[in-house]
Ligand binder design. Structure first.
Ligand code: GLN
Length: 386
């Protein structure tokens, strides 16, 4: 037999994030690799979904989601960013932000088109582009504050470039793009007539007074922006797969039908659970979330510091990139493996987020963990000496 599989998908391997999760399970380690977010699901979200299932919300929803959830999202968006969106035409509920990103890129671009990513990037963004035969180009975010040069952004754009991806707060860097930085991206997008696709899944995970600016709120940007966000992290429901995107009615229609083709809809009762969370949780929920994660960030960063794995303290999201050079090994994969074997703590090799070997000195740790597990991980790091 000589059955072939698609050549354009030959590049695709299991993500380093998942690899480390499997390795971690084998060695009974603590998984700070995958941002699993196994913290408590807020009660209205959990009970709302259970009740919805009992009440019979178990069939397909409209391709763009249940009205109750679209209305709740419109309300949330107006409250948080002042943007008035029509829940009938400008919101599509998706199978997580990953589904939204895949549908967006499938609907908007042709094979051979190019898309700009800031680097370090989230691997699923890059692999989605590759799966669709799109050409990624990269703009380096420079340490220590992950700033970028507008000249390098312009240099990354060629005649085939159609879009820029903006992930803020960013995975894995924890960078929160400032309004001024976003305005400089907006200027380039306007001048060169590009789409901007955002990933704002970590919008509530902000530290040290940083504020989230939603790109579509910048003057003139609404028509060219696809705003992608979701609830996996905010409500600790990474396995539910409920996200959404905002765009013009025309784009919602095109991207929404592409999403329908692959996913049909996000899980119906879980959409109700999320709608309950959005309408019933008080503003204090989001403040508490910030406080909880600020504490967890401090705890993990101090433990990494003590262990000689110097952390880049993030401004947002819930990952820490840390300098792994003092851990023996030739590259990030060997060092991640070494740390797991010797300390019982799993991290993702930094090379998963960079081209070439720029990430080889880094490991990514997630602190979206329950208190007890994070404490145990920190205890293990305290016992570990590279
Ligand atoms: N977003 C999470 C991370 O970066 C989970 C990714 C995944 O497993 N697809 O760890």
């Amino acid at each position: 037999m000589s059955l072939h599989t698609a050549e354009h998908m030959a590049f695709l391997r299991q993500s380093e994030i998942r690899n480390m999760t499997l390795e971690c399970t084998k060695l009974a380690g603590i998984n700070l690799a995958q941002g699993v977010c196994d913290t408590e699901v807020p009660e209205p979200v959990r009970l709302g979904a259970a009740q919805a299932m009992a009440d019979g919300f178990n069939i397909y929803t409209r391709y763009d989601g249940l009205p109750a959830l679209r209305e709740a999202i419109a309300h949330k968006v107006a409250r948080d960013s002042g943007m008035v969106v029509d829940p009938e035409k400008e919101i599509v509920v998706t199978s997580g932000t990953t589904g939204a990103f895949f549908a967006t890129c499938s609907a908007l671009f042709d094979p051979g088109d190019a898309v700009v990513l800031f680097e370090p990037y989230y691997g699923y963004h890059l692999d989605t582009l590759r799966a669709l035969s799109l050409a990624p180009s990269f703009v380096p975010l420079e340490e220590p504050d992950w700033s970028f040069s507008v000249a390098k952004l312009r240099a990354a754009i060629g005649p085939k470039t159609r879009a820029i991806v903006v992930n803020t707060p960013g995975n894995p860097s924890g960078k929160v793009f400032s309004r001024a930085e976003l305005e400089s991206i907006a200027e380039v997008a306007r001048e060169l007539d590009l789409f901007v696709i955002t990933d704002e899944i970590y919008e509530y995970f902000l530290y040290d007074g940083h504020a989230h600016v939603s790109f579509a709120t910048l003057p003139g940007m609404r028509e060219r922006t696809i705003t992608i966000a979701g609830f996996s992290k905010t409500f600790s429901i990474t396995g539910w797969r409920v996200g959404y995107f905002l765009a013009t009615p025309e784009l919602c229609y095109k991207i929404g039908h592409t999403h329908d083709l692959v996913y049909v809809c996000a899980p119906a009762p879980l959409q109700i659970g999320v709608a309950h969370g959005l309408t019933r949780l008080e503003p204090s929920f989001y403040e508490d979330l910030k406080r909880e994660y600020t504490r967890k960030r401090e705890r993990l960063c101090s433990a990494l510091e003590r262990a000689g794995i110097a952390p880049h303290v993030p401004s947002g999201a819930y990952y820490v990139l840390a300098d792994s050079r003092r851990i023996p090994g030739r590259n990030a994969k060997e060092r991640a493996r070494g740390l797991l074997e010797r300390a019982g703590v799993a991290a993702v090799p930094g090379s998963a987020f960079f081209e070439g070997n720029r990430g080889d000195d880094l490991l990514r740790f997630s602190y979206a963990k329950r208190e007890a597990e994070l404490d145990e991980a920190c205890r293990r790091l305290d016992l570990f000496r590279p």
